[in-house]
Design a protein around this ligand. Structure first.
Ligand SMILES: [Zn+2]
Length: 227
């Protein structure tokens, strides 16, 4: 079973929403999971905040983490620029890549500081397979329900490792994107060059054609609030 078989309802940004807050565990998650949502938010003139949880410095063990962090921060800014989002929309929390779960309280504080009663808050699902992704979902779960207007959970790794998500019986939302939004998302993802090529040129990169195959769909998937 693929998670696409679980799609249950169409999603749209409600009229009561004036700000989109996207939690990205690593640079690239903001566009891999939420690129269409961010592009739509810009077109509607909504405020956007990206909570950059880590700098993704541990993506390639053995590679200089400081150098990788600098590179990935630049790539994230370039990716968001493709969607029309400025660098000032990014709030960097600076948690250690791979150990987000050790800092849930810090992360929850950082997220809630950027939310308002008109915010649509999107963070990875607690069933998004990667420990840092699931920790982000857990941090949001701990926030009071009054901290934002609506919450959706985003999905990236669950497209490839769906078992736990599927067994949780989720209702999935489908956010349609226009052709223009999809093209912007594609350009944005391509800015994360370090993820498509191993730094030494000899190892396997984090992303490849298969890992971004969900981007060929004209929609993005989210988990309904409360799940
Ligand atoms: Zn990630």
């Amino acid at each position: 079973m693929t998670i696409l078989e679980l799609l249950a309802a169409d999603a749209s940004i409600g009229d009561d929403v004036d700000r989109i807050v996207v939690v990205a565990p690593h640079p690239d998650d903001e566009v891999l999971a939420c690129g269409l949502l961010l592009a739509a938010a810009v077109e509607r003139g909504l405020a956007v905040r990206v909570i950059a949880v880590t700098d993704g410095e541990a993506a390639y063990p053995g590679h200089d983490p400081d150098e990788l962090a600098r590179l990935r921060r630049r790539e994230q800014v370039a990716a968001l620029a493709e969607l029309g989002i400025g660098a000032d929309a990014v709030h960097r929390v600076g948690l250690p890549d791979g150990r987000v779960g050790d800092h849930l309280a810090t992360l929850a504080d950082a997220i809630v500081a950027h939310c308002s009663s008109g915010s649509l808050l999107v963070a990875p699902s607690v069933h998004d397979w990667h420990p840092d992704h699931e920790a982000c979902g857990e941090a949001v779960r701990r926030l009071p329900s009054t901290s934002c207007a609506v919450r959706w959970s985003s999905l990236f790794w669950a497209h490839h490792h769906p078992e736990r998500l599927v067994s949780s019986g989720p209702r999935l939302l489908r956010l349609e994107g226009t052709e223009r939004q999809r093209a912007a998302r594609q350009r944005a993802v391509a800015q994360h060059r370090s993820q498509f090529r191993h730094p030494t040129g000899r190892g396997a990169p984090i992303l490849n054609v298969d890992r971004i195959s969900h981007l060929s769909q004209p929609f993005e998937t989210y988990v309904e609030p409360g799940q």
